[in-house]
Ligand binder design. Structure first.
Ligand code: SAM
Length: 322
């Protein structure tokens, strides 16, 4: 039924399924359904057996009716939000860039190291399913073992193979030379692995390395250049949260938002909008409230925790390189 779950996220929940229990926007939990199980939270107690047979996406009400949760079908994005952290992990914004710029598609073969908590691996697996393959290498024995167990339990056992190996010291195994459509590194010294990556990535295939420090990026780029990779580009994905609100317009603000009379006025108005919204197009938008008074919809950047994660360096293996 795991294959069916991927194909049909609206099918009924069955005993043994992984469910993402949504309690609120910033509170979700991964729960393995078992006929005798209970789920307890601040809203009360929920019997798993009442979830069985409901379609994924249903609302479940607590025993005493004092609250509810949503029973979501797992996706790689939700898994990244709820998984148990054994290491630092990649989050959805970086993962989206990695999957897109590695040009992953169904049937592709991807090599990865290190596996860490398996956050990225889960998205790599979905991108290459159903007939592709992810080979992922981790030198920490327990992490490798736990990741393998989780992939199997989440129905990815066929798509993902985990092996324990020190990739910086030994490189990727010889049998993978020339086999990879794409290769991804999240390691402390990625530049040490570039010669091995050059042997594994097929001509025209893609390479990516995630590094928090620009010095690692520089050394990696030098190695990439020396080993037949081209079209290098390094990017940093920064999320910015905007708080959107409606504000009643004061008379002077309202008049400053009147249609500009001249180019000079237009530039001045745009500058005023950018100061509030922090970027093109974020300035106040004029609307009429129900009572006819003027209101503005304002998007203000709000400080929030997550800033720099790391730099993503992509490169393409050239067709001819000796
Ligand atoms: N990208 C992963 C994720 O999204 O869950 C997180 C990777 S974590 C930051 C880095 C991992 O690389 C750690 O689990 C670490 O044990 C592993 N590692 C470090 N050096 C390694 C090496 N030489 N060979 C293989 N794995 C290594």
């Amino acid at each position: 039924h795991k294959a069916e779950s991927a194909a049909n996220p609206c099918r009924p929940i069955a005993d043994g399924d992984l469910v993402i229990v949504y309690e609120g926007f910033d509170s979700m939990k991964a729960v393995r359904v078992s006929a005798n199980g209970n789920y307890n939270n601040k809203y009360g107690s929920f019997a798993h057996k009442e979830w069985i047979g409901k379609p994924f996406g249903s609302r479940a009400v607590s025993r005493k009716g004092s609250g509810w949760v949503l029973l979501l079908a797992p996706t790689p994005e939700l898994w990244t939000a709820v998984l148990r952290h054994r290491t630092q992990i990649l989050y959805a914004a970086d993962i989206a860039m990695v999957v897109a710029f590695l040009e992953l598609r169904p049937g592709a073969v991807v090599l990865e190291s290190g596996t860490g908590s398996g956050s990225l691996t889960t998205s790599l697996a979905r991108a290459v399913a159903p007939h592709g393959k992810v080979w992922t290498f981790e030198f920490h024995e327990q992490r490798a073992q736990l990741a393998a167990e989780e992939f199997k339990a989440n129905g990815l056992g066929e798509l993902v193979t985990v092996a324990q190996r020190d990739i910086e010291a030994s490189g990727f195994p010889e049998e993978l030379h020339g086999q990879a459509d794409a290769l991804f590194l999240d390691l402390p010294k990625p530049y040490m692995v570039v010669p091995s990556a050059a042997r594994c990535v097929r001509p025209d295939g893609m390479f990516c390395s995630f590094s928090p420090c620009i010095e690692q990026v520089q050394r990696t780029c030098q190695e990439l250049n020396a080993h037949g990779f081209r079209d290098m580009r390094t990017m940093e994905v920064l999320l910015r949260q905007l708080e959107v609100s409606r504000q009643a317009l004061a008379t002077d603000l309202e008049s400053s938002m009147a249609p500009p009379q001249s180019k000079k006025q237009a530039r001045r108005q745009e500058a005023a909008g950018n100061a509030g919204g922090g970027g093109g197009g974020n300035g106040p938008k004029r609307q009429k409230a129900a009572d006819g008074s003027a209101v503005a919809v304002v998007a203000k950047p709000v400080p929030f925790g997550r800033g720099h994660t790391g730099y993503l360096t992509f490169a393409r293996r050239v067709v001819e390189f000796s």
